[in-house]
Ligand binder design. Sequence first.
Ligand code: PLP
Length: 412
Amino acid sequence: MSNTPSEIQVFPINKVREAFPALSRMYKNKPLIYLDGPAGSQVPKSVISAISRYYEQSNANSHGHFITSQETDQIIDQTREKIATFLGAEKPETISFGSNMTTLNFALARSIGRYFQPGDEIIITQLDHEANRGPWLSLREHGIIVREIRLQENGTLDYDHFESLLNERTKLVAIGYSSNILGTVNQLAKVRKMTYQYGAWMLVDAVHYAPHFSIDVQALGCDFLLCSAYKFYGPHVGFLYTRPGLLDQLPTDRLRTQYQQAPHSIETGTFNHAALAGVCAAIDFIANLGEGKTLRAQLVNAMHAIQIKEYQLAERLYEGLKKIKHLQIQGPSFYHKHRAPTISFLHKEKTASTVCQALADHGICAWNGHFYAIRAIEVMGLLEQGGLTRMGISIYNTEEEIDRTLEVLEEI
Ligand SMILES: Cc1ncc(COP(=O)(O)O)c(C=O)c1O
């Protein structure tokens, strides 16, 4: 990514803000400021309308002969297709749906646990969200060895340590694309190259990456990638990309009545169809911010504009935070070329909970704690003192909001 001023395009911030009803919510006579995007972003009107429209017109179970059921089938197919395009996947059949990323990852881990042999090894990281650690750690009860890549003080992973963990028994590396706590973007090209040497699979948790950067699963060469739509302006739906042919090899939990092939073989029960309609609308919403002849080109272009816009704002926040006396920013420096617009910091005298309460009193939504990346907080030695304060930039945030947040933090 390049951030030279000449390349910074004008971002349609007014058009974007008008699209989000939640931005008109007032608190103590001032509009709420949402810096809680990493825990779930706000939802545009088009997504809300798609969900209501489904209930008003097409509500039915799937695979019937009647119109509402057929419309439901169309929504399911269309959503698979849109997500495949969003991820640069080979075909819609590589996309499976689930309630959320954690549930899908547990289902995948259960099946991989049956497929691997005792003594096989899985590598996870100290930086990841627990949703990409817990499912793999649970396989230790089947005799699978789980090792973890060390997190360094500068907020990046120790790749030398990673190399030392790899061996011919390594079967899977489960790694986040970007940290939901420090904004670190992990070096997946390097990880891919190293895992190929041992024939191990690479699974990517892209939940925090997807709202901020475009994803190309084929260029990445990943075997699995997981995402959650509620982080990128959609409703609560998780989805899994699996490299073509791979899911069919896995003994997933499934009913006899379920389709036995990918992508269905890991899907259980009835979907939240209305939410799937919302996911489609969320992808269209992003695409409409970009230009291009195909949906994929529009999405890539839009994500590039989002990346630049968010980076500028995050840099403004970072610079402002650096000037505030009692604050200590954690994680990689902001001059990393490839970094998510998520910043966490420590107040030298107040707990993160106290800081977030004070922010909340001023109508600023920000999270405190470990954000489920509890191992990273533990390794950083911050668990007992209540973790960090986290601020995440989303497409609807503005310079004024950042400046007001910095003013409030100064006062605190
Ligand atoms: C990086 C990351 N991975 C995984 C998850 C879990 O996602 P879900 O809530 O869809 O289970 C989250 C949620 O915050 C996350 O930030």
